[in-house]
Design a protein around this ligand. Structure first.
Ligand code: PLP
Length: 390
């Protein structure tokens, strides 16, 4: 039987879909209930829900810019999802980049200090693959220059930095609810903040819609719940026009509402988050043990900033040989280039000549291994063998 593992994913059950349909019947009450639950779970005063993580980041950056209109630059990691600069440009801001340490995925202090100045409205910190970055450093550099901190936990919902939930460690934070994330509501973005001044700006920027996407989303959920299974995942993988896993820079994207149908699914997934995180950590612990005999492969370290939630398990391959993916085992590269190499982004960069060696190393030498619940012990053995046999 053909078997293929998705690089990232989360099972969605028929009961989840049923909960979505019930919530669709409840309408905005279901969305309001989810907002309350998020405020409680993360201990924040304000939560906003929108159609995607990109939309959440863009709206958030616009709201922060409205609080400090004389500043128009946002500082971003030089290696992250292409959605991040897409959102910054969508918000009408210019972009300064800072480098990451390839051993910990955390900002390089000198590079961060160079990227942030009196023009910077906000520093965005991303916890890549669920690895907490050094928020103390980011807060200190941002505070010294009067910039806000955006705690982008799109990939790290459920993680913590020094006992505080990721997403809550800045002036505002965000999560993505797209299908490869820790909480899968098909798509969606959450903004959270303690700040009342920011919340009233965010209120004004909320998208309005008629929620008429429910039928399309239901169909998507039905397909996803089946096709994410290893026995069927080969099918979407073999259809190139779906562009699964492709990194796309595109600052033109819709800002839409979050539907009651998605809220129904998200409420169930939020309740399951601790269990999902524990299972991912167990897979990661096993992979780490199995990889310990491979001398030119090193798992990325957490940098001591908190236990990762392992959206994926990233490893650096140091052999100097070209990276070999094993797509049927979900072993793939991540973002293909540092952000500075995206041609269409260059007109929006504050400094086009700067180099980011950590980001270049990550783009060239990083492989990610899957950690989701469909990865069996036999898969883990094969994954490690595939990496060891290059
Ligand atoms: C760090 C980070 N921020 C923001 C986003 C945007 O989220 P979405 O895909 O829901 O638009 C992503 C998406 O992968 C991400 O990885």
């Amino acid at each position: 039987m053909l078997r293929a593992l998705a690089p990232a994913g989360l099972p969605m059950t028929i009961s989840d879909l049923r909960a979505g349909l019930v919530a669709a019947g409840e309408g905005e009450r279901a969305v309001a209930a989810l907002r309350r639950e998020i405020c409680q779970s993360f201990g924040v005063r304000h939560t906003f829900l929108v159609s995607s993580g990109r939309a959440a980041l863009s709206i958030l950056l616009q709201a922060l810019h409205a609080l400090q209109p004389q500043r128009n630059v946002v500082a971003l990691p030089a290696y992250t999802s292409y959605s991040v600069p897409s959102a910054a440009v969508n918000a009408g801001l210019r972009v300064a980049l800072y480098d990451l340490d390839p051993v910990t995925l955390s900002p390089v202090p000198e590079s961060l200090a160079r990227a942030v100045d009196h023009r910077t409205v906000a520093v965005v910190v991303c916890h890549l693959f669920g690895y907490p970055a050094d928020l103390d450093l980011v807060r200190q550099v941002a505070a010294a220059r009067g910039a806000y901190v955006v705690d982008d936990a799109a990939q790290a919902m459920g993680g913590e930095f020094k006992g505080k939930p990721l997403g809550c460690c800045g002036d505002a934070g965000l999560f993505s609810l797209s299908r490869g994330k820790n909480l899968n509501a098909l798509d969606g973005g959450i903004i959270i903040t303690h700040r009342d001044d920011l919340a009233s700006r965010l209120e004004q920027l909320q998208p309005v819609g008629d929620g008429a996407r429910t039928h399309r989303l239901f169909l998507k959920a039905l397909l996803l719940s089946m096709l994410i299974r290893p026995s069927l995942y080969w099918l979407p993988r073999s259809l190139p026009f779906l562009r699964i896993g492709a990194s796309v820079y595109d600052p033109r994207f819709p800002r839409d509402t979050f539907t009651p149908f998605q809220a129904g699914i998200a409420r169930r997934m939020l309740a399951r988050l601790p269990e999902v995180t524990a299972a991912r950590r167990e897979v990661a612990r096993d992979l780490r043990g199995r990889l310990s005999n491979l001398h030119d492969v090193s798992p990325v370290g957490s940098g001591g900033y908190g236990e990762p939630v392992y959206l994926r398990f990233p490893v650096m391959v140091n052999s100097g040989l070209p990276l070999v993916e094993s797509p049927l085992l979900g072993v793939v590269r991540s973002y293909p280039t540092p952000l500075g190499a995206i041609e269409q982004l260059r007109p929006h960069l504050v400094d086009v000549s700067a180099r980011y060696p950590g980001a270049e190393q990550l783009a060239g030498r990083l492989l990610t291994l899957p950690t989701h619940q469909f990865v069996t012990p036999l898969d883990r053995k094969r994954i490690v063998e595939s990496i060891g046999s290059r």
